[in-house]
Design a protein around this ligand. Structure first.
Ligand SMILES: O=C(O)CCC(=O)C(=O)O
Length: 288
């Protein structure tokens, strides 16, 4: 059938001339989606998504100095001394503080709702301490056991501490949620000395995500530090700026544990970290 008649039958006589079939370019036949010798095929390729691995949680359990990150704010350092207090001394301090300190359950406020912290606390220092929209009043009368611990920590670290938050985890259900100790009253790059007594609990840290992650912690670095009876952990440098920490609930039997966090507070307006203007778009979890 002549070309003219074929056009008339298939497309109607008004049809323009059929386009010429394209000719295969010279050279070797490229792979799919280009011309091949048989009927032409076009393969769809999914735009390649970068595969990312969720980093393995690392454990720190040996005595040492650990630079856990070098940015974005600066160097974050941990110092771990698992046997800072000898067993006998740790036993005596634990039972004395458990019996003598004025432990109470603090009520915090979030979005207008009151909730009780899942642990007991008491506070020592010349200044009140405000976090989660509730204030622990100043309490300058240090228990003698606490004063003596403060003196040995100051000698050991070369730092001074004028304040102390005591936490009592009654069992594995007591916990503290993700947070940073970055209240303005603690000043820039605060050094926190954290002494643990009683049953071992896992202290976890996670890096703050980059602003582009929009608060997604899936791919951030994570650390776990089992803190046993008599262990001292120092958090220094930019740890409070670039990392968060918590003690999660545990669903097997845990005995009571006391944690003492010695800090240095400066007079001035206090705001809790969660009220602070976030770096990038960093949404923080509540601080139970
Ligand atoms: O119990 C602990 O080891 C941590 C306590 C803590 O994070 C805090 O008091 O801010």
């Amino acid at each position: 059938m002549g070309d003219k008649r074929q056009r008339a039958r298939v497309q109607g006589s008004w049809a323009k001339p059929l386009p010429k079939p394209p000719t295969r370019p010279a050279g070797p036949c490229p792979s799919s989606s280009s011309w091949s010798s048989g009927p032409s095929t076009v393969e769809f390729h999914q735009p390649s998504k970068q595969k990312r691995d969720v980093p393995m949680e690392k454990t720190i359990d040996k005595e040492g100095v650990y630079e856990i990150s070098h940015g974005p704010s600066g160097v974050s350092t941990l110092r771990l001394f698992p046997g800072f207090l000898l067993q006998e001394e740790a036993d005596w301090v634990f039972s004395t503080l458990l019996a003598d300190l004025p432990w109470s359950q603090k009520t915090n406020h979030r979005q207008g709702e009151a909730y009780e912290e899942p642990r007991l606390t008491c506070w020592y220092g010349e200044l009140p301490y405000t976090y989660s929209n509730s204030t622990l009043t100043a309490n300058p009368e240090w228990h003698p056991a606490l004063s003596s611990l403060r003196a040995s920590l100051e000698q050991h670290s070369g730092r001074s501490f004028n304040s102390l938050l005591c936490n009592l985890y009654r069992d594995g259900k007591d916990s503290i949620g993700w947070h940073s100790d970055n209240e303005p009253a603690l000043g820039p790059q605060p050094t926190i000395a954290s002494l643990s007594l009683g049953d071992t609990r896992v202290f976890s840290l996670r890096k703050q995500p980059v602003p582009e992650a929009s608060g997604d912690y899936t791919y951030v670095e994570k650390l776990r530090i089992p803190l046993a009876h008599g262990a001292l952990l120092m958090m220094e440098g930019y740890t409070q700026e670039d990392w968060q920490h918590r003690v999660a609930k545990e669903y097997h039997d845990r005995g009571p544990r006391i944690n003492l966090t010695f800090r240095n507070m400066f007079p001035g307006p206090t705001r809790h970290a969660k009220e602070k203007v976030p770096r990038g778009q960093r949404p923080d979890k509540a601080f139970p």
